[in-house]
Design a protein around this ligand. Structure first.
Ligand SMILES: Nc1ncnc2c1ncn2[C@@H]1O[C@H](COP(=O)(O)OP(=O)(O)O)[C@@H](O)[C@H]1O
Ligand SMILES: [Mg+2]
Length: 226
C-alpha cells in the first residue's frame, strides 16, 4: 500500500476557508470519505494526486509532494470523477482506453492487449467500436474506471463515482471498485459501500470530524448532520 500523508493542510478559495488543520496518514487498502455537500471532500481528494495544491501544508504520496511533483504522483495515483462524461475524451470505447496509454512508451501490440483485457474485465467487449457517448451511465463509469486502471496505478481515488447512477448501475460500479487489487479511496454517499472498508473519515465543515471503523463512522456522520 502507498502511504498518503496530509501534514497541516489548509485550503482557501479566495476568502473562503474550505479545509483547515488536516492531518492524516493513510496506509489502508480501503478508505471511505463521507460528509455533507460542501464540507470539503472533493477538495481533499483532489489534493492526493495534485489536481489541487493546498494553500498551506503538504500532501505526500510515498514521500513525494503531490503539489510539486504532480505528474510523478499521477503515475501512481489514478482519479475517477463523478461524471464520466468529463473523463471520456475519444469517439469510441477502444480509442478512449488506448488514449489513456499515450506517451507511456508501450508498443502498439501492448496497447491493444491492455485495451482488450480492459474491455473484457468491464463487460465492454461488445462495445469496443461503439461511440462512447451511446453507452449507458453505468457503462460510461466503467469505461472511465477502465481508462484509469489501464495505466496500472497503485492507488485509485474515486470522487462520488456512483452519485449520478441509478441503483443497479451504482451496484455494478461498487462491485468493480470492490474487486480491485489496488488501494482505493472513495468519496461517497453510498454508505453501504463502506461496510467492508478498513477506515472511514468523516469530513465536516473542512475538518476531520471522525476517523475510524465504518460501523462507528456512520453514526458520527449522522450526529454531525444533527
Ligand atoms: N473552484 C472553487 N472556487 C470557489 N469555491 C469552491 C471551488 N471548489 C469548491 N468550492 C467551495 O469549497 C467548498 C468545499 O467544496 P468541495 O470540496 O467540492 O465539497 P464536497 O466535495 O464535500 O461537496 C464548497 O463551499 C464549495 O462551494
Ligand atoms: Mg464533492
Amino acid at each position: 500500500m502507498s502511504e498518503i500523508v496530509f501534514d497541516s493542510v489548509s485550503h482557501r478559495f479566495g476568502e473562503r476557508k474550505v479545509l483547515h488543520g488536516i492531518d492524516l496518514r493513510i496506509t489502508e487498502r480501503r478508505v471511505g470519505i463521507i460528509g455533507s455537500n460542501g464540507s470539503g471532500k472533493s477538495t481533499l481528494a483532489r489534493m492526493i494526486n495534485g489536481l489541487l495544491a493546498p494553500t498551506s501544508g503538504t500532501v505526500t504520496v510515498d514521500g513525494v509532494d503531490a503539489a510539486k511533483k504532480g505528474a510523478r504522483v499521477r503515475r501512481k495515483v489514478g482519479f475517477v470523477f463523478t461524471d464520466p462524461d468529463t473523463q471520456i475524451v475519444m469517439p469510441t470505447v477502444s480509442e478512449d482506453l488506448a488514449f489513456s496509454l499515450r506517451r507511456t512508451g508501450l508498443s502498439k501490440g501492448e496497447v491493444a492487449a491492455r485495451v482488450e483485457e480492459t474491455l473484457v474485465r468491464f463487460g465492454l467487449h461488445e462495445h469496443g467500436e461503439h461511440p462512447s457517448h451511446l453507452l449507458s451511465g453505468g457503462q460510461k463509469q466503467l469505461l472511465a474506471i477502465g481508462a484509469v486502471l489501464i495505466r496500472r496505478p497503485e492507488v485509485i481515488i474515486a470522487d462520488e463515482p456512483t452519485t449520478l447512477l441509478d441503483l443497479r448501475n451504482a451496484r455494478v460500479v461498487a462491485e468493480a471498485l470492490d474487486a480491485m487489487d489496488q488501494q482505493v479511496i472513495v468519496v461517497t454517499h453510498q454508505l453501504a459501500l463502506l461496510e467492508s472498508f478498513e477506515r472511514v473519515i468523516v469530513i465536516d465543515d473542512g475538518a476531520v470530524a471522525f476517523d475510524g471503523a465504518p460501523d462507528a463512522a456512520v453514526p458520527a456522520y449522522r450526529e454531525s448532520v444533527g
